[in-house]
Design a protein. Structure first.
Length: 205
């Protein structure tokens, strides 16, 4: 089987739509992200840094596949997916990826004490948080930043028109890609880079 066929996610729209019909808030999307959108997300993620990559809310693996196509070794990727059927399918599709069926919003519980000190090169985030109050979103992302290596960033799939999580001075700065029109619906990738304010102040002193 060729790598393309092995990783093919064509035909995933039906199980995706069916799961959305059962859990619309948890799924947050009626269709998997397009190739163009996944490429934009992976291009902005700091995968060039050494270290493992964390993917939260992989669905059936469109972003996972793109990471691998962009040269990321599958052994570097840990993907946390809440839906057990999706997680099982993902593990079959990408046997070398560390797929965990669990809650990506609670990494302490899902990754456990053995992984507590692991630091990631990049976090790719696709869990819907539109119903979460903004203060909680900032607190959640602050906890993710504690798990990033220096220079590592978080990239987020969100259809929101304004920043889903506003900059938190001293922790992260929010920016976005241009809008990807070839996606349902068209959307930007939201990018969260470490805010070096504190470092800059120390260096200047
Ligand atoms: C909008 S879909 C994104 C799927 C895929 N990454 C894409 O871009 O097409 C959101 C995914 O997050 C999963 N999800 C929702 N809540 C989650 C949670 N708390 N932890 C892990 N995954 C979750 C859903 O089951 C779904 O697969």
């Amino acid at each position: 089987m060729s790598a393309k066929n092995q990783h093919s996610t064509e035909g995933d729209w039906l199980p995706f739509l069916a799961t959305w019909a059962r859990h619309p808030i948890k799924m947050g999307a009626v269709a998997p992200s397009s190739r163009a959108y996944c490429s934009m997300m992976v291009r902005h993620a700091t995968t060039e840094l050494d270290g493992p990559i964390l993917e939260l809310g992989p669905g059936l693996g469109v972003v996972t596949r793109t990471l691998i196509e962009h040269g990321v070794a599958p052994e570097r990727i840990t993907s946390i997916e809440y839906e057990s059927e999706f997680a099982q399918k993902l593990q079959r599709r990408f046997p070398k990826v560390n797929v965990i069926c669990g809650d990506g919003l609670d990494l302490d519980k899902t990754l456990g004490p053995a992984e507590a000190s692991e630091k990631y090169a990049a976090i790719l985030f696709a869990i819907p948080i539109v119903n979460m109050p903004h203060g909680k979103r900032q607190a959640l992302f602050s906890r993710y930043f504690e798990r990033l290596r220096p220079g590592g960033n978080l990239t987020q799939l969100s259809y929101m028109l304004t920043p889903p999580v506003r900059s938190l001075p001293g922790v992260f700065k929010t920016s976005s890609s241009r809008r990807v029109w070839a996606n349902v619906p068209p959307a930007r990738v939201w990018i969260y880079n470490q805010d070096r304010q504190e470092d800059a102040r120390t260096e200047a002193a």
